[in-house]
Structures are given as structure tokens and as C-alpha cells.
Design a protein around this ligand. Structure first.
Ligand SMILES: NC(=O)c1ccc[n+]([C@@H]2O[C@H](COP(=O)([O-])OP(=O)(O)OC[C@H]3O[C@@H](n4cnc5c(N)ncnc54)[C@H](O)[C@@H]3O)[C@@H](O)[C@H]2O)c1
Ligand SMILES: O=P(O)(O)OC[C@H](O)CO
Length: 346
């Protein structure tokens, strides 16, 4: 049994805490909101984030970060990307020993253009952890909380740290694979949210399965293009944290990104949509980050660019779809054009 602090009591932090409690660990769920801690400890519910789910009585919520992390073996950070630096700097002040450090947040910071692990590394002294671990994959909190079969991957620069995280989480309903490609695992989870917003918009506009399938497959092509330019392996994007997560997020009404896109496609204004969601929609900020990265690195991301125009330049989604459909002609597989596995003859 390990002592584990989970920082962030939203839907994902709560669902992952349930997995850890199921595995027999002593779990402290930290929230910055007193009322939420009272609800979790008193009625064993976290209804705003996981409706109608009874939490295990062993799960204890804390509002005092220092007490929550006292003598823990591992810390799981799972606050939204926007809060990562703030929570990490609070943690740096109260943590005084080395832990296994895992994060399960999916995003890229649009200001610094850093991945979540990079922000954590910048904010936390190296003496507090060995090598950071990322947990990602196709996993709606609502299904994990119900104990439905789920698979994810953990990645770290050191296999030992990834295996420690694998051991903490794995059980017969929550299968955890290891993957050495930390950059790819992190980017797949972050960038799929952009495409999920697009898939929601497409559904909201009334377009059908053909359009959504196009978004998923051309989406993974552009995720891979940007990912490879940032040092990821293209193979990772064919796995759980790439196409796996893209499918789950683009096709499910559980997805906040899909739902937000759906409302945008129906004509609601962005501010109203975000207020209606009441939970984090990571794809919005990540679209800004990917737009900047693509511009800086000269990588072609047509769907992301189109979505940026809809989200931040008030473009009409239907016009953006028209622009995407009438772009110049292209080969489908860029590498095949150059003879890797096949080539044309005229
Ligand atoms: N919900 C899912 O199914 C799911 C699955 C996989 C990954 N994720 C990722 O996990 C991350 C968290 O998502 P979520 O679904 O739990 O979000 P959420 O909106 O359900 O909850 C976010 C939680 O973070 C807390 N928070 C926000 N700012 C904070 C701060 N400064 N200090 C302390 N706490 C703060 C909020 O109070 C809230 O409890 C996101 O990056 C998301 O993409 C979510
Ligand atoms: O609800 P979303 O859109 O944030 O997606 C949740 C998870 O990332 C799906 O794997």
C-alpha cells in the first residue's frame, strides 16, 4: 500500500482516486475549495464533477496542501493546464521529500508553449522527484468511476518510474501500458482536444459520419506532423494516446471538448458555451498553443488553423469547412510520396 496525494478534485482527479483506493492505497484528494472537501468527506459525493457516483468512504479530501502531501510516496497532479504552474509553485513550498511524481493533465500552455511536464519541471526542484511520469489515454472519468474497462499509457524517461506508476494504477478494469515516448504521449493527449472541438462543431452543423471520420483521420495526420516536429515518435500517434484518445473524445457526448464544439456548431457564442460547460475545456487554450507552435515551426495544421479562426477570429464554422474542402490538392500519405513503402509512376 502506498500513500498518494491527488492534487485536483475535478472529474479526472476524483475518478483516478477511486482507482487508487480500489487498489488498496491510502489516498488524499486535495481541493482548494472547503465546501467540496466537506461534500466529499461528509456525503462521499462530488456531484458537480461526477454526478450520482458514490465515492469510497476511504477517500479523504484535504484542503491543506502541506497535510495532504505529508509523507506521501507519490503525488498525482491533475488540475487543468491553466493551474499547473500555480499548483506546482504551492507544492514546492510545502513538499520536503522525494516522491514519485505523475501528472494526468492534457494541454499545452499557450503563453510559454510548454507541455505540462515541462512546466512542472520548471516549477519544482529536482530534489523532489526522480523522473516525471505522464498518464494519458482514452479515458472518460465518468466511465472509469463506474469501473468500466479502460486502457491508458504511462510514460517517463526512466522505465523504473513508469513501472512504479503502472503498479499503482493497474487492475482488472484499468489496464496500464508503458510507453517510452514521453513527448508523444503528452502531445497526443493535448492535441486531440483540438480535433474533438472540431468534431463537435461538425456534428453541431449537422454534418455526418463521413465528415467526422475525415476529421479523425486527417486530425491524427496533423497531430503526428506537429508531434514529430517536436521530437515525438510517429508510432505513438497510432496508439492509445493518439488515435485511441482521438476516437474516444471525438465520438462521445461525455467529452467536454466535443460538447463545447457541438454547441458552437449550433451557433452558441463561445463565452456562453464555456459557462454552460462549468468544467475545463482544454482544447480552447491548446488550439492557441498549437496555432503558435505551427506558425513558429512552419508546420501545416489546416484543421487547427481553421478552428483557431472559429474560436478567436469569429469565423463562421461553415465557411471554415468550405475552405478546408477546397484547399489545394495533396497526396494523402506524405511519406509515400517520397518512396517510403510505395510511389507513383506516371
Ligand atoms: N475528465 C476526464 O474524463 C479527463 C480524462 C483524462 C484527462 N483529463 C484531463 O485532466 C485535467 C483535469 O480535468 P478534469 O476533468 O478533472 O477537470 P474539471 O473541470 O472536472 O476539474 C478541475 C478541478 O481542478 C480544480 N482547480 C482548478 N484550478 C485550481 C487551482 N488553481 N488549484 C487547485 N485546484 C484547481 C477545480 O476546482 C476542479 O476541482 C484536464 O487537463 C483534462 O484534460 C480529464
Ligand atoms: O472530456 P474531455 O473532452 O476533456 O476528454 C476527456 C479525456 O481526455 C478523454 O480521454
Amino acid at each position: 500500500m502506498s500513500k498518494i496525494a491527488v492534487l485536483g478534485a475535478g472529474s479526472w482527479g476524483t475518478a483516478l482516486s477511486m482507482v487508487l483506493v480500489d487498489n488498496g492505497h491510502d489516498v488524499r484528494l486535495w481541493t482548494h475549495r472547503e465546501q467540496q472537501a466537506e461534500e466529499i468527506n461528509g456525503s462521499h459525493r462530488n456531484d458537480r464533477y461526477l454526478k450520482e457516483i458514490d465515492l469510497p468512504a476511504e477517500l479523504v479530501a484535504y484542503t491543506d496542501l502541506e497535510r495532504a502531501v505529508h509523507e506521501v510516496d507519490a503525488i498525482l497532479v491533475v488540475v487543468p493546464t491553466k493551474a499547473i504552474r500555480q499548483v506546482a509553485s504551492q507544492l514546492a513550498k510545502v513538499l520536503h521529500h522525494e516522491v514519485t511524481l505523475i501528472h494526468a493533465t492534457k494541454g499545452i500552455d499557450p503563453d510559454s508553449l510548454k507541455r505540462v511536464s515541462e512546466m512542472l519541471e520548471e516549477e519544482l526542484p529536482r530534489s523532489l522527484y526522480r523522473e516525471l511520469v505522464v498518464l494519458s489515454g482514452p479515458s472518460h472519468a465518468e466511465e472509469v468511476a463506474l469501473g468500466q474497462p479502460t486502457t491508458v499509457a504511462v510514460s517517463s524517461r526512466q522505465i523504473e518510474e513508469a513501472e512504479i506508476a503502472q503498479d499503482l494504477f493497474i487492475n482488472e478494469r484499468f489496464r496500464v501500458y508503458t510507453n517510452p515516448d514521453l513527448v508523444g504521449v503528452e502531445l497526443g493527449g493535448a492535441l486531440k482536444n483540438i480535433i474533438a472541438l472540431g468534431a463537435g462543431i461538425s456534428d453541431g452543423l449537422g454534418y455526418g459520419d463521413n465528415a467526422k471520420s475525415a476529421l479523425i483521420t486527417r486530425g491524427i495526420a496533423e497531430i503526428s506532423r506537429l508531434g514529430v516536429s517536436m521530437g515525438a515518435s510517429p508510432l505513438t500517434f497510432a496508439g492509445l494516446t493518439g488515435v485511441g484518445d482521438l476516437i474516444v473524445t471525438c465520438t462521445s457526448p461525455h467529452s467536454r471538448n466535443w460538447r463545447a464544439g457541438h454547441l458552437l456548431g449550433k451557433g452558441y457564442a463561445m463565452d456562453d458555451v464555456l459557462e454552460e460547460m462549468g468544467m475545463v475545456v482544454e482544447g480552447v487554450r491548446t488550439t492557441k498553443a498549437a496555432y503558435r507552435l505551427a506558425t513558429e515551426q512552419n508546420v501545416e495544421l489546416p484543421i487547427t488553423m481553421g478552428l483557431y479562426k472559429v474560436l478567436f477570429e469569429d469565423a463562421n464554422p461553415k465557411d471554415v469547412v468550405d475552405q478546408l474542402m477546397t484547399r489545394g490538392r495533396r497526396h494523402e500519405m506524405e511519406d509515400l510520396e517520397y518512396g517510403l513503402g510505395g510511389h507513383f509512376s506516371r
